[in-house]
Each structure stands twice: as structure tokens, then as C-alpha cells.
Unconditional design. Sequence first.
Length: 234
Amino acid sequence: MSASAPEDQHSAMRAADLSDLLGHVNTCWDNERRALARQLHDSLGSSLTALTMHLGLLTAKLPQEPALLDRATQMKNLLHTIIETNRQMQHRLWNDKLEFLGIRVALSELVTQFGEQHGITSRCSLPDEEPMVPRSHAVVLLRTLEEGLRNVTAHAGATEVDVIVDDNEDEIMLTVKDNGVGPGSQPAGTDGKYGLRVVRERAVYLGGRLALNGNPDGGSALTVILPKPVPQAS
């Protein structure tokens, strides 16, 4: 055995340990974000809704003086702004549609919103039935889509985006394709670089893989493939 063999084995074990640690950290991070989003919804959200109702009752009892009614209207508008900000914060922390409505709805709505916001033709091809995968897999699919769409707006210069999900018995695959300039044509920003690295490590932790490649006809394709867990024998 060569002298470098023990060092190579140690390096491989260390890399595996780091990958496992990063996967655990990401899982804990997801759980904390989910819990915080739920708290914002259950506590702050319900309190703001109650305040809106109380303000409506008080406004109905106010003397019909323009100055008082104008102040009540300003307070109502401010409350609505806070409610909407709270809703957006919840969504940024955790996409509850992924949990309550499923992968198909969460991915489809994200693609639709992206197209409307950026004026880019955005298409989404999904399985006819809801994919049967754990929440951890669904989160990686959603994060991959978010990073893929972020890359399109930051670097690709694309006018069209296609999001394709293929689901079979052994694995599930998501691809984000665009007709832009392709990977490597423009320098990647720090956020995008590390965003993709984090998603790649998430995929590796689940036994999958992620790749960003150029298309022969132009543009780029970000693909993540995740193996499905083997059902436990009863």
C-alpha cells in the first residue's frame, strides 16, 4: 500500500463527515424556518387580523368627522401593509404550499409567478399525479427551482424557461432549461455560486446529484436527480 493511501482514505472520510454535517445543518435550518413561519402565521397573523376587526368596529362607532375617518383609514391601510409584509416573510421562510398543497402546486405557482414578474415565457411540465417523495426531497426540488430561476434572471438573459419534472419508481428529476447565454458566459455572483453549492450538497446528502450544463442549441440546463428511499419492510 502506498504512503498516500491512508491520507486519501482520511480525506475521503473527512469529506463524507463534512457532507453529512452540512446535510444535518440544512435539515435543522429548514425545521427552524418552518417553525418560525408557522409562529408568524399562528401568532402575529391572527393578532393582526383581530386588530383589523377591532379597528373596523371602532370606525363604525366614530363620529362622522373627516379628520377622524381619515385617520382610521390610514390605520387600516397600515395594518393591511403589515399583514401583507408578514405574509411575504412567511413565504420566504417556508413555502407552506409545498406542505399543504403538494409539489405540483408549489412548483407550478412558482414558475407562473416568475414568468409574470419578469416577463419571461415560462412553461412547467409536471407528472399527472403528485410525486410520492419525502418532505426532504420536495424541499430540494423547490430550492433547485428557486436557484435555477434566480440564475436565469441574474446571468442567462433568457426569454424562455422550461421546468420539467420526471417521476418514476426509482428517482425523481427536475430540470430548469433556458434559452439564454448559457453557463460560464458571464461571471457568477457570490450569492449564485454559493446558492448552487448549497443545493448541490443538499442533493448529495440525499444520495442524488446536481449539474449545470450548457445546451447544444444555446442556453443552460440545471438538473437535480434524487433517488427515492427504499420502502422499509414491515
